[in-house]
Design a protein around this ligand. Structure first.
Ligand SMILES: C[S@@+](CC[C@H](N)C(=O)[O-])C[C@H]1O[C@@H](n2cnc3c(N)ncnc32)[C@H](O)[C@@H]1O
Length: 635
């Protein structure tokens, strides 16, 4: 609801530019392919003489420095292992890359001889070692041209630059395929003396996530096995089954699906169950994976090994099937359990694709992503989820420590406690006991009145904003009255909440922000005040005790609850847009606002290059983000 209000206040053109797409993905460097390709067999490179250090330019020296770094032996070992395992040839677009490849391998070889024997490496590596490393893949463009020429094209893994191409295309390109990844990335951009920057994705040998029992009656959950920084990609998973519908189908079937709410989700969920029974059930691997999932809240199941969820196959391939003996026909008595599995574990997801600025298609999907479905709910989640094509990418939304749990929001968490509780009880049958819920429960008496008024006024204000939007489209004069009473009323509630917080002594800054986030629409309500606020927000603070403005409070509140969230990004993007409107492009205030927005974008989409993040922020400011993911809730 608050998203809708924000949209309305922005008077945005809904026809959108949604782009969001992250990039970072796995492994490798995407080589976009302008020059002709040189194909070198991987092993042949090992015998190439090592170029003298003096002949290397600066970026290459940096690469060597990195590779010589003692702390990087694990990465080196993995890369080396992978390269020596790969029997295939690697397509490389120009001789500079070839030079790097040779350098890289020599250094891997050198380091293995010098500081690690293979035996030691294996001993020291954690149990779950991801077979990743330096890999080179062809770009989408190249694949397409091969297709055009009638050549057989196998599945193409994603590369850094094809993902960026996709981001920058604003949803015009087909999403690239993304490989599964369970681990922790290290990104190193190496500039070569060639026109294009080559991004090299190196991965550590260490899996940073494990499945554990998490206590407090929450069953199993995903837990970190190493420290990670905000923006690190922790997991990339492809669904074992997915059901999708585009808008036209939804209109035809009279469903009311909305981003984030999924009123008609049972139709897609039903379709997903059907796909699972017809297709996925035939694979013994998928049957084994499904057996590990809970089908109703509170079920006690054993902790499965994470290796069960490792898929060597690339996205979008049909799951490997066993030969189909009659016995693998779907057992009818399993249907109820499968429905329960889908209801408990499936994610709903919306995505926008467009052919051009006007021709936009919004689609809704419901899928089963295995490892992400072990994530428990929190009202202050620790990770962000984004779906690119079919692949779900889990990014650390904050700096996290080893042992911290990966948590997501199962539903809209910018709501008061009572509404959040209704969602969790109705859909998942649990009571969240996170610190934010506990705080709000403690303050229930103080907040009772405001909570009651809030729901009513928010609904009223949302309707008004929608009516205004329609009036604007029909070019009626009505929309010019930009702050009708219902909206002003809602904005006044923010003042009331501030009074309650003022009277409540001993709250930390985060705790105050958690409360504000529960009433976020009140802080975003008055469209005119957003502009005034932005001006006020960046005025030099010479006077002491200058109170923050509403939009500033809204951004701080959303960030403290969930920094990696489309709505947090949207608020930051609106602030940036308004700041530019107020102060022009080259102001110090704009710089600050841009940095804030970039930091949030990073926490949602991972470490893209800056111009890609900026494109995403631009899309966020002008429309609802094109991709939003929530756990599927029961109809
Ligand atoms: C998608 S599953 C998560 C994985 C689950 N913990 C397991 O062991 O399979 C969702 C279920 O986990 C439990 N759960 C998730 N978040 C919870 C929370 N914050 N408090 C209590 N139970 C929770 C609920 O039983 C819910 O139905």
């Amino acid at each position: 609801m608050s998203k809708r209000i924000l949209d309305g206040l922005q008077k945005q053109n809904r026809s959108t530019q949604n782009v969001l797409r992250p990039k970072k993905v796995a492994r490798c460097q995407q080589l976009s392919t302008k020059s002709s390709h040189v194909v070198i067999p991987v092993k042949a490179a090992k015998v190439t003489p090592k170029p003298s250090r003096d002949t290397l330019d600066h970026p290459q020296k940096s690469a060597i420095k990195f590779l010589n770094n003692e702390n990087c032996w694990r990465r080196k070992a993995t890369c080396n292992g992978l390269l020596s395992q790969s029997p295939e040839k690697i397509a490389i677009p120009n001789p500079h890359i070839e030079q790097f490849q040779q350098l890289f391998m020599q250094h891997c070889g050198k380091s293995r001889d010098k500081d690690q024997t293979p035996g030691n490496i294996e001993k020291d590596m954690p149990e779950a070692v991801e077979p990743l490393g330096l890999q080179m893949y062809r770009s989408n463009r190249e694949t397409k041209s091969e297709k055009d020429r009638g050549l057989e094209v196998g599945p193409q893994p994603i590369t850094a630059s094809s993902l960026e191409e996709y981001c920058l295309s604003g949803g015009r390109m087909l999403p690239p395929l993304v490989e599964d990844f369970i681990g922790q990335f290290q990104l190193h951009a190496l500039n070569f003396p060639c026109p294009e920057t080559v991004l090299t994705w190196l991965t550590t040998a260490k899996s940073s996530v494990k499945i554990n029992r998490v206590g407090d009656g929450r069953g199993r959950g995903l837990v970190l096995s190493s420290n990670v920084a905000a923006g690190d990609v922790l997991l990339i998973c492809n669904p074992i089954a997915i059901a999708s519908k585009v808008e036209t189908e939804i209109v035809e079937s009279n469903l009311t699906l909305e981003a984030g709410s999924y009123t008609g989700s049972h139709v897609l969920a039903g379709q997903l169950v059907e796909i699972l029974t017809q297709e996925a059930w035939r694979s013994s691997h998928i049957r084994a994976m499904l057996a590990t999932l809970c089908s109703r809240g509170g079920e006690e199941l054993p902790v499965p090994p994470i290796s069960l969820f490792r898929q060597e196959k690339i996205a979008n391939q049909t799951p490997p099937r066993d030969p189909v003996p009659a016995t693998t026909a779907f057992p009818q008595n399993e249907i109820a359990r499968l429905c329960g599995i889908v209801q408990c574990n499936a994610f709903g997801h919306t995505q926008v694709t467009r052919k051009n600025a006007r021709d936009i298609t919004r689609s809704w999907s419901c899928g089963l992503w295995m490892l992400p479905s072990f994530m428990n709910h929190s009202c202050t989640p620790s990770v962000a989820t984004v779906v690119i094509g079919n692949a779900m990418i889990i990014v650390a939304a904050r700096d996290l420590k080893c042992g911290d749990e990966l948590t997501v929001a199962y539903f809209d968490i910018f709501r008061p406690l009572q509404e959040r509780r209704a969602s969790m009880l109705h859909s998942w049958n649990f009571m969240c006991s996170c610190p934010r819920c506990a705080l709000e429960a403690r303050m229930e008496d103080a907040l009772r009145l405001v909570a009651r008024a809030y729901s009513l006024r928010e609904t009223e204000a949302a309707i008004t904003v929608q009516v205004q939007h329609i009036a604007k489209q029909q070019q009626s004069q009505w929309h010019k009255y930009s702050s009708p009473y219902s909206v002003i009323d809602l904005a006044q509630l923010a003042e009331y909440i501030e009074n309650v917080l003022f009277q409540e002594r001993g709250l930390t800054r985060d705790e105050r922000n958690w409360i504000r986030a529960s009433f976020l629409s009140a802080y975003l309500a008055d469209g005119r005040r957003l502009i005034v606020d932005v001006r006020g927000m960046d005025e030099p603070r010479r006077r002491k005790h200058v109170r923050k403005t509403h939009i500033q409070m809204a951004l701080a509140a959303a960030k403290s609850v969930t920094p990696g969230h489309p709505q947090t990004l949207q608020i930051a993007a609106v602030v940036l847009k308004r700041t530019i409107q107020a102060f022009g492009k080259h102001s110090l205030f704009v710089d600050k606002a841009r940095k804030r927005a970039l930091a949030i974008c990073l926490r949602l989409f991972g470490p893209h290059r800056e111009h890609v993040l900026e494109k995403i922020i631009h899309a966020a400011a002008s429309d609802v983000l094109s991709s939003s993911v929530v756990f599927l809730s029961r109809p």
